[in-house]
Design a protein around this ligand. Structure first.
Ligand code: ZN
Ligand code: ZN
Length: 286
C-alpha cells in the first residue's frame, strides 16, 4: 500500500460542525479547543448558510496547531427535499458566495415568522420570539432554535420529542422552505474556489433512483465528494455510501456534524476512519 495515501486517510479530519454563528451552542474558539482536545488534526467549521465564524475558527485552529479548511453548509431544495451541500476550502470573502448566502438567510427569517404563526395557531404563543432568544438574529433562526424553545418552555421533554410532534411534515409548525437550487449552491462554491460535498446523504428521504439522479446531477454540476463517515450515518450506511462514492468516482469526506455537547451524540474527531477503498477529499490539500 502507498504509505503516503494510507497516512492521509488516517488523518483525524473533522470537516463538518456548527457554532453559535448558526445553530450550534459553542463559539468557534471553544469548538476549536474541543476539536483539538479530541485529537482533530484537520478541522472545518461549516455553519449553515453563514460565513461569520470563519476568521475566528481559522485563527483558533492555527493557534492550536490544527490544519484548517474554511467551510459552509448550504441549504438546497431539490425535488421537494432539503439537501445540505458543504463547501470546503472556500474563499469566505467571495462576493458571489456572500450574496448567495444572504439571499438564503432572508428566506430563513420569513420562514421562521411563519413557523411562529403556525405554532401560535396550535396554541403555543411566543415561539418566534422564544426561538429568537436562542440566537438573536432573525436571519439565523432555524428549526433547531424552535426546538430549544419548545423544550425550554416545557412543551416537549427533549429535542427528539420536538421533531416527532412538531415542525415536521404533517405536524404543527411545519413550514416548507424553498432554499437555494443545487446549481446555485455549486456555482457559489465554485466561484469561491471551493470543493462541493454532499452532506450526510443517508439522511435524505430519496428513493434509490432519486438518490442516483441527485448524485448524477451533482456530479454534472461539478460536485466532487460525498460524506461517507458522518455522525448522521450508521455503520451500514458507511458501507452503502462508500460503494456509491466508488460508483460515481467521488472523493470521500468525514465529519461529526457536532452541534452541542448536550444534543450531539457524536463527539468531534471521534468517528471511524474512512474505508480504505476511498480517496479522502483532503488527499491533495497539503
Ligand atoms: Zn446538515
Ligand atoms: Zn451540519
Amino acid at each position: 500500500m502507498d504509505t503516503v495515501c494510507h497516512d492521509l486517510r488516517l488523518l483525524n479530519a473533522d470537516l463538518h460542525c456548527h457554532s453559535t454563528v448558526s445553530d450550534g451552542t459553542l463559539s468557534p474558539t471553544v469548538l476549536a479547543q474541543r476539536a483539538k482536545e479530541h485529537g482533530v488534526e484537520l478541522w472545518s467549521l461549516t455553519d449553515h448558510d453563514e460565513l461569520g465564524g470563519q476568521a475566528e475558527a481559522e485563527a483558533a485552529a492555527l493557534a492550536l496547531g490544527m490544519r484548517y479548511a474554511s467551510g459552509v453548509e448550504i441549504s438546497v431544495s431539490w425535488a421537494g427535499e432539503t439537501l445540505h451541500i458543504v463547501g470546503l476550502r472556500i474563499d469566505h470573502r467571495s462576493a458571489v458566495l456572500r450574496a448567495g448566502l444572504e439571499a438564503v438567510r432572508s428566506g430563513r427569517a420569513r420562514r421562521a415568522r411563519a413557523i411562529g404563526d403556525e405554532l401560535a395557531a396550535a396554541g403555543i404563543a411566543g415561539a418566534f420570539e422564544g426561538a429568537l432568544g436562542f440566537v438573536g438574529n432573525p436571519d439565523l433562526v432555524s428549526r433547531t432554535h424552535f426546538a430549544r424553545f419548545l423544550v425550554d418552555s416545557g412543551v416537549c421533554a427533549d429535542v427528539h420529542a420536538v421533531f416527532s410532534n412538531y415542525l415536521v411534515f404533517g405536524k404543527p409548525g411545519y413550514v416548507p422552505m424553498i432554499w437555494a437550487s443545487l446549481g446555485d449552491a455549486l456555482g457559489w462554491i465554485q466561484d469561491a474556489g471551493g470543493i462541493a460535498v454532499v452532506a450526510h446523504p443517508g439522511r435524505y428521504r430519496l428513493s434509490r433512483l432519486a438518490m442516483q439522479e441527485m448524485l448524477g446531477e451533482f456530479k454534472d454540476l461539478g460536485g466532487a465528494a460525498i460524506e461517507v463517515v458522518t455522525g448522521s450515518h450508521t455503520p451500514d450506511q458507511y458501507r452503502e455510501y462508500a460503494a456509491l462514492a466508488l460508483d460515481y468516482g467521488f472523493l470521500a469526506s468525514r465529519g461529526s456534524d457536532f452541534h452541542s455537547p448536550g444534543e450531539s451524540h457524536i463527539e468531534l474527531g471521534s468517528l471511524p476512519a474512512l474505508p480504505d477503498t476511498l480517496t479522502p477529499v483532503w488527499h491533495n490539500w497539503f
